[in-house]
Design a protein around this ligand. Structure first.
Ligand code: ATP
Length: 363
């Protein structure tokens, strides 16, 4: 049971939005003036498929897969996320996909993945990113079962800095979970997968995310704001310390019921400071949820559980990491990623009629 429970939330991200998407689409309030830096080094049409040698699959998602690739020009390794156009259209994710590209192009932070460019063929979209070789925090957590208090605190602190940056630029991330947190070769985090990130002025209402990590206001289809990321941070900290999520159940429906009831049981080994913090993050009372109050992320950073964290040093990566991924094969080693069966015949680079061309002009 423990094992089933542990793997439950992998790949469950997109199982529930299709019907609601169209109706709620219009309720999203877009920011009028973007706070994101508008200059970027990423330019359209900079790359083509011929620039890369496609190698193994690093991960799969709802619309395609992520490959390790090697540039034929500089021999460097990159990760390319490939998204199948017909799947995006079928699942009504055109806008989310275009948002993902736009945001990845503009965000610049030590704990966020860096994208170098995008291109497309008749059937697929391609996003070229840095290859982060240390694997998913998810894999490390499952191997370790649970993290000691200081280790969970270290990863939580780096996540907070990344989310604080996104919120300062009016972006809600909306998909915080260990699968989307990668470790670089030194053991610092990189958040990947901006498939649900949204630039908003104030509130939004789309139902998206992963069941175990959803805030109650999302489940109830209420308008919500950045504070949903602070709820998910609470779930992440709980999962890192306990090895399982607080509202886990056998079906998403049962999990939602538990989330709405909101009763959290804390294992004996949780220290009082983290219980206090989690009580203030995993609360459906938005007027009490830390991160959503006047001091924003500052209230979380100054919470007693984070007492020993020197935030200025952390953002400069000037703090020793608790774990250095064993990257024995040097650059391009991918042994820390799970195995995924490869597709027999890749449909990349095929030129044929493209009925979806007009949806993806930015790529
Ligand atoms: N830059 C990267 N470097 C190394 N591995 C990566 C990188 N980006 C993604 N991956 C791997 O690929 C997996 C899938 O990536 P991602 O979550 O972006 O895809 P997705 O299609 O949006 O997935 P989902 O539908 O589950 O949200 C990640 O969990 C990670 O293991």
């Amino acid at each position: 049971m423990q094992n089933n429970m542990m793997y439950e939330h992998k790949d469950m991200t997109l199982d529930m939005f299709t019907q609601q998407q169209e109706n709620i689409h219009n309720n999203e309030y877009f920011i009028k003036k973007s706070l994101l830096p508008q200059k970027s080094t990423v330019s359209k049409g900079k790359y083509t498929l011929q620039d890369f040698q496609i190698m193994r699959t690093l991960g799969t998602g709802s619309f395609g897969r992520v490959h390790l690739v090697k540039s034929i020009h500089n021999n460097r390794f990159y990760a390319i996320k490939v998204l199948k156009k017909f799947k995006i259209v079928k699942m009504k994710q055109i806008e989310h996909t275009c948002d993902e590209r736009r945001m990845l192009k503009l965000v610049q932070h030590p704990f966020l993945i860096r994208m170098w460019g995008t291109f497309q063929d008749s059937k697929n979209l391609f996003l070229v990113m840095d290859y982060i070789e240390g694997g998913e925090l998810f894999s490390l957590l499952r191997k370790s079962h649970r993290f000691p208090n200081p280790v969970a605190k270290f990863y939580a602190a780096e996540v907070i800095l990344a989310i604080e940056y996104l919120h300062a630029h009016n972006i809600i991330y909306r998909d915080l979970k260990p699968e989307n947190i990668l470790l670089d070769k030194y053991g610092h985090i990189k958040i990947t997968d901006f498939g649900f990130a949204k630039e908003v002025e104030n509130v939004t209402s789309t139902l998206c995310g992963t069941p175990d990590y959803l805030a109650p206001e999302i489940i109830q289809s209420k308008p919500y704001n950045k504070s949903v990321d602070w709820w998910s941070l609470g779930i992440l900290i709980y999962e890192m310390l306990a090895g399982y999520t607080p509202f886990y159940d056998t079906t998403p429906m049962k999990t939602y019921e538990k989330i709405l009831i909101g009763r959290v049981n804390y294992p004996d080994f949780f220290v009082p400071e983290v219980i206090d913090l989690l009580n203030k993050l995993i609360t459906n009372d938005l007027s009490r949820r830390l991160g959503n109050l006047q001091n924003g992320a500052g209230d979380i950073k100054s919470h007693p559980w984070f007492l020993e964290v020197v935030w200025e040093k952390l953002v400069n990566k000037d703090i020793e990491t608790p774990y250095e991924p064993p990257i024995q094969g040097g650059t391009g080693d991918s042994s820390l990623f799970d195995f995924y069966p490869e597709e027999q015949q890749l449909d990349y680079g095929i030129q044929c009629e493209d009925p979806y061309e007009h949806f993806f002009v930015d790529f």
